[in-house]
Design a protein around this ligand. Sequence first.
Ligand code: ADP
Ligand code: MG
Length: 563
Amino acid sequence: MNTEQLDLHAALKKYFGFSQFKGLQEEVIKSIVGGEHTFVIMPTGGGKSLCYQLPALLHEGTAIVVSPLIALMKNQVDALRGISQENGIAHVLNSSLTKGEIKTVKEDISRGVTKLLYVAPESLTKEENVEFLRSVPISFLAIDEAHCISEWGHDFRPEYRNLRSILKRIGDNIPIIAVTATATPKVQEDILKNLGVTNANTFKASFNRPNLYYEIRPKTKDVDADIIRFVKQNEGKSGIIYCLSRKRVEELAQTLQVNGLKAVPYHAGLDAKTRVKHQDMFLMEDTDVVVATIAFGMGIDKPDVRFVIHHDIPKSIESYYQETGRAGRDGGEGHCLAFYSYKDIEKLEKFMSGKPVAEQEIGQALLQEVVAYAETSMSRRKFILHYFGEAFDNETGEGGMLDDNMRYPKKKHEAKDALVKILKVIRDTNQIYKSKELVFTMLGKENAIITSHKTHLQPFFGCGNEREKTYWHALLRQALVAGYISKDIETYGVIKITKKGLDYIDAPVSFMMTDDHTYDENTNNQIVAAAKSGGADKKLVAMLKDLRKKVSKKLNVPPYIVF
Ligand code: ADP
Ligand code: MG
């Protein structure tokens, strides 16, 4: 199609009522309208759906849209039907349709009325559907939530793996547009590889959310009281509190209620009616807070969520980013507070223990990134963006000061000699170790891997034992973000030295670093920082502990009351 002849702005106005494209939308649309494979990486809320909806409306034929969730498809189809007189403009094809309904869908497609056909990947594998789609003109294939194709994504769906072979059967040269909000380089590579696409136009938006404040606090047994206090300080504002288990969701929601706060639970174990009711209450502001498992959130588009609290740390940085990303969609304040304890990491490790080895290793690598994020003392925004392959200067970048580490910075100290030392160890041990083994080597500590490599590592064994384990880990994390070393996620975190790192050994300059947090020891620093940012009040905490003892002796169960 000739893009010159199309007035995309007029079409945007006509169909969606918007007068401007958002971010990279226009370039993306031109790419797919021009018949090219197109790959879009944009954060949640960036407006990815329009990137394939608008071109579908303008193109001859039907666009197939693959999406993992029936609820998401239904929402989109309803919205699209609202923009046209013709009900058949968008359809969902899935196994819940009656024979008659399927007939209507197929007739509308054959008549050329249907511009978008939403399908779940499992429906697309059905022989009769493939046969039918071969016989009608298809404009392009859109793959929403394309990270589902990758085991390295946070939501792997094996059925997404079949898309390439199905597409081959449906037709030659059908352009593909894949969209995702998962930005890690590894996932991106996986998506293109699995789709067999080598020549996609890639559009990547920045993942920086400059209005979000990132904060980690130590998770102690007073976590409920900490949360209640936070919610009280933010009363009247909308917020989401994520917990790992349904049981915890129920308990915490009750605890908040007993303390006079407006909160409802949400998890997949509640019946559909209750779930819809609680979700609507949140959207209509009949409740301030939803205490939820990760079942809550996909497709929730409430612009003024003011805080997202993680009662339990998520299993990957992607999940953390997605979940915290639901705060401050309108560009206003968004406080992202996560409670962290290493015990929770061990709990998550235990969950993985029954899984296949490959999956466990991936899970471990992702989890180690979460540990690094929680314990780091550097700019949290910089850490997240580095994880997503994006450079960020926290001195000049937008939102650079908005996290606990930047607001309450630890004292920096010179680490030039230490950095040279560890870089040399990495260089001279063949760049085959992960941080754990490197740090153990520095300390002169053994584990199974080190013992089996003893002769190889002997010259370096204990060469850094004047420092603590946490020091070396902190240094490695900061050297990584500064670009002296790189970490290959494909090999589950093996550390390599970069050109910049090799040059550094020859001509070192000052490298100022800060020590990591050691939350489990609950150092004074954190309590002071937390108190400053509206957290722990020692007197209150002591009072609560006392009160809880009394109450729980009587009742032997939560919830307890915070005054
Ligand atoms: P994503 O899939 O990237 O998370 P959506 O496609 O759901 O994002 O869009 C997020 C919101 O942005 C929707 O409410 C949508 O209507 C809105 N939106 C999309 N494009 C535009 C635009 N050009 N102007 C204004 N709002 C837009
Ligand atoms: Mg979307």
